[in-house]
Design a protein around this ligand. Structure first.
Ligand code: ADP
Length: 226
């Protein structure tokens, strides 16, 4: 469980980027975070990843106060969270297979597990035949599917996807959303930020709407209302 207890965040001098946010995300949920630019969505995600700490209030991941974690515990926490970004962030000099294998190596996986698991996640994102391609040889949608495979290969409890369809055409957007839904159906919590009204309306899942650092709406089966 992820729990924000009255979290306020001030960056240097400015207005509150998050203003008294209380929010619970249960294991296995699919939550979309929407809101205008500057509403506080990225700040919220950064708090979950422990890249920013609250100015006031507390963020809990499972039962741990994130602000109290030491370096080793922080690494452990981050291994429980897979991340996907708008700009894919694949390593350009590595093949699809190597990009995913590298994420497993970094987490200390054994070679035999890498050999078994990389094809499995590539199958899940329907890219088995692109295993030996380089990122530049793939479409944007395919690159994002590789990034999702990389995000899930270490079996995280949570996937955080920050505008994953922001650079994609409608068909690729649809494919990426279907894969995120599949991952969620397999039990992983998914936290998504998006500006795409069509994505939100087609998901039919929980929508948290942010406005000026506050939660303006929290709908169990939401539509995109801004
Ligand atoms: P969103 O992701 O919804 O666009 P952000 O969380 O990025 O919103 O930003 C919320 C507010 O915090 C904005 O006013 C933004 O200018 C401010 N902000 C975000 N990051 C920083 C930073 N590193 N330093 C100073 N202000 C920041």
């Amino acid at each position: 469980m992820i729990y924000f207890d009255k979290v306020t965040k001030f960056y240097n001098g400015g207005a509150a980027a998050l203003d008294d946010v209380t929010l619970t995300i249960e294991p296995g949920e699919f939550v979309s975070i929407v809101g205008h630019s500057g509403a506080g969505k990225s700040t919220l995600l950064k708090m979950i990843l422990a890249e920013e700490v609250p100015s006031e209030g507390t963020v809990f991941f499972e039962s741990n106060n994130i602000a109290n974690l030491g370096k080793l515990e922080l690494n452990e926490l981050r291994r429980k969270i897979g991340t996907v970004f708008q700009d894919f962030r694949l390593l350009p000099t590595k093949t699809v297979y190597e990009n995913i294998a590298f994420a497993m190596e970094a987490a200390g996986a054994h070679e035999e597990d890498i050999i078994a698991d990389v094809p499995h996640v590539l199958d899940l994102v329907d890219l088995s035949e692109k295993m030996d391609s380089f990122p530049r040889e793939l479409s944007g949608g395919e690159q994002q599917r590789v990034a999702i495979a990389r995000a899930i290969v270490n079996q995280p409890d949570v996937v955080v996807a920050d505008e994953p369809t922001g650079n994609l055409d409608p068909i690729s957007t649809y494919e990426v959303v279907q894969i995120l839904k599949k991952i969620n159906d397999l039990g992983t919590t998914v936290i998504l930020t998006t500006h795409n009204k069509g994505v939100i309306d087609s998901l039919g899942k929980r929508v948290v709407t942010m406005d000026e650092g506050r939660i303006a709406r929290d709908d169990a089966s939401g539509r995109y209302v801004l």
